[in-house]
Design a binder for this molecule. Sequence first.
Ligand code: GTP
Ligand code: ZN
Length: 324
Amino acid sequence: MNRIINGRVVLVHKRMYRVATSYGEILCTVSGKFRYQVLSLAAYPAVGDYVELELQAQENKGVIHQVLPRKSVFSRHHAGMKTDEQVIATNIDMLWIVTSMNEDFNMARLQRYVIGAKQSGAIPFIVLTKADECHDIAPFIQSLRTFHTMDYEIVSAINGQGLQRLHKFLQEGITVAVVGSSGVGKSTLVNALLQQEKMRTSEIRAKDAMGRHTTTHRELIAVGQGCIIDTPGMRELQLWANEEEITTNFEEVERLSASCQFRDCTHQATIKGCAVQQAIKDGELAETQLKSYFKMQREAQLQMKRRQEQERINDRKRNKRKRL
Ligand SMILES: Nc1nc2c(ncn2[C@@H]2O[C@H](COP(=O)(O)OP(=O)(O)OP(=O)(O)O)[C@@H](O)[C@H]2O)c(=O)[nH]1
Ligand SMILES: [Zn+2]
């Protein structure tokens, strides 16, 4: 009987998984039984997952038997396809939504990431990059007012601005996923954080199955006391079909809620001091816009519930098979 151990997935490459364990990094596949029992692509191991694996007699090889329940999931969906969920990172505490302060800055895209982040169960945080090249940061900060409840940091990987403050988030047991469009500076930022620790990044950056360094695949790396998951730039982060409309309404309601009397205001008609309801009375906001906002929130909750239900079904199936 081979030894069964726990580990955490640090890199996924095709159907190979690199897993960090107390025995070092083990290159794994999933067991035949896992493949047979798995109900959706989203249930396969993803970066950040804690897994149970069986060490093979052959050195540094293993077989994954089980993915342990996920505490948070950042995923991307394809419009019109219910089951097509692509898991980007799991078990994350904080999501750094990275965007550069230049012509690539795109509010609609940023909002999509914020909505996705809120859905994931991790705390969203905005990182504005390339401060060294930006002559006027004011308009970018101004745009962020939309997300009144969210914190942000202005950084530069070139002159080191803001890096120390980001580094402080990397406490023991904390996992941060870095997301954002291609070219905004995610990998450069992660490298800069590592360099601040005076570590040789070449040794830390994960290698693929052939031993080559790779930047095209997601990876989890130890930084400070915590972990960072660097994700590849996503060309699009599709959440819902009528996104345009949803994000506009989202922006409106979020902006107005900054003036609500209570920070956790639910914007119902019966609530005192609600700026959103006031705006409806004043004719500044259409009731349908608020309805659309509520609908989006319900959908997000539903998605969360579906995921939890799926976990339960998977668990039950696994237990049943164990008894057979
Ligand atoms: N001036 C300046 N350039 C930066 C900074 N950070 C990154 N860059 C440049 O921006 C380009 C893209 O940086 P990457 O780190 O590869 O971007 P990424 O977000 O990881 O991109 P993907 O891997 O495609 O998702 C590179 O040419 C970097 O040198 C910064 O703080 N200041
Ligand atoms: Zn309100």
